[in-house]
Design a protein around this ligand. Structure first.
Ligand code: R5P
Length: 293
């Protein structure tokens, strides 16, 4: 098996290469003057299976198109089984028709990836099970253990773990169980038209406690900022923010820090200058457990 590392996952792909000894397929990319993107595999892939890794991080549409072309180039050139790892699955939040007239974009993206030739797909902490169900042959990669190990290393044993939205409570609970802490949640509502977030206390008891506020995605930071305000109002002692997929639109990172976070942990599923923890081990471990490697 060889590995094809897409440009949105260069850092993570390198780490996976060094953990697995997979041989990397050399690639070339270019962009035409009108904006279209081009990829070419520089090594022979005839009768070879491949692990193809590419995040759908911003710019999402371009990175999706690059992934589709990488898969298609592999198959068109005689490649065998295409096992695709998607560290961050874009459009996963549009996993149903919230308002009449909308598409289910998560399932559309899944169909495109399968139509390009993906035989099986591994998704890292995808936003919802419904989004993942768009793939006929998919597995889920969970990374809470890596986050828990980090928090245990930096003295957050028994910290209070908070989900900034009731739907995000299962992840918070998994982390709380691993570090021996309690769990709470914020009640969040988002205006479907404007996207404006307002949060009220759900179940919160952070007074005097080290607190970890964890969500799957940070985009504009609005969700986390609202939750920090509530936690501070209830006397949380130290608030560390964690997300799997840190997109940090505009000055989101700075706004979160200015609101009172002591630190922000975000993984390399979305590679930005703020990524400070890697999920490479979790990916390799899950792929091995599922006999992909
Ligand atoms: C939404 O359901 C997600 O889990 C995140 O809470 C959301 O995407 C965060 O977005 P923002 O940072 O823009 O509030």
């Amino acid at each position: 098996m060889k590995i094809i590392v897409g440009p949105a996952s260069n850092g993570l792909g390198e780490k996976i290469c060094s953990l697995t000894d997979l041989e990397k397929v050399r690639l070339s990319f270019k962009q035409f003057p009108d904006g279209e993107v081009y990829v070419r595999l520089l090594d022979d892939v005839n009768r070879v299976d491949a692990l193809i890794i590419q995040s759908l991080s911003p710019p999402q549409d371009r990175n999706l198109m690059l992934l589709l072309q990488l898969i298609s180039a592999f198959k068109t050139n005689g490649g065998g089984e295409a096992s695709v790892v998607i560290p961050y699955m874009a459009y996963a939040r549009q996993d149903k028709m919230f308002m009449k007239g909308e598409p289910v974009s998560a399932h559309l993206v899944a169909r495109l990836i399968e139509a390009a030739g993906a035989d099986r797909v591994a998704l890292v902490e995808v936003h919802s099970d419904i989004a993942a169900q768009g793939f006929r042959n998919g597995i889920l990669i969970e990374v809470t253990k890596t986050f828990a190990e980090h928090y245990l290393r930096i003295g957050f044993e028994k910290a209070y773990v908070v989900a900034p939205d009731k739907n995000a409570t299962p992840r918070a609970k998994r982390l709380a169980d691993m570090i021996g802490g309690g769990v709470g949640w914020v009640e969040k509502t988002r205006d479907k038209e404007t996207g404006f977030v307002s949060s009220t206390e759900g179940e919160l008891n952070p007074a005097g406690r080290k607190t970890i506020l964890i969500d799957d995605i940070i985009s504009t930071g609005g969700t986390i900022v609202e939750a920090i305000k509530l936690l501070k109002g209830k006397g949380a002692f130290q608030i560390s923010v964690a997300c799997i997929h840190g997109i940090f639109v505009g000055d989101a990172y700075e706004r979160i820090m200015d609101t009172g976070a002591s630190s922000i942990l975000s993984s390399d599923t979305v590679e930005t200058r703020y990524s400070n923890i890697s999920v490479a081990d979790d990916i390799v471990k899950t792929l091995r457990e599922n006999d992909w490697l």
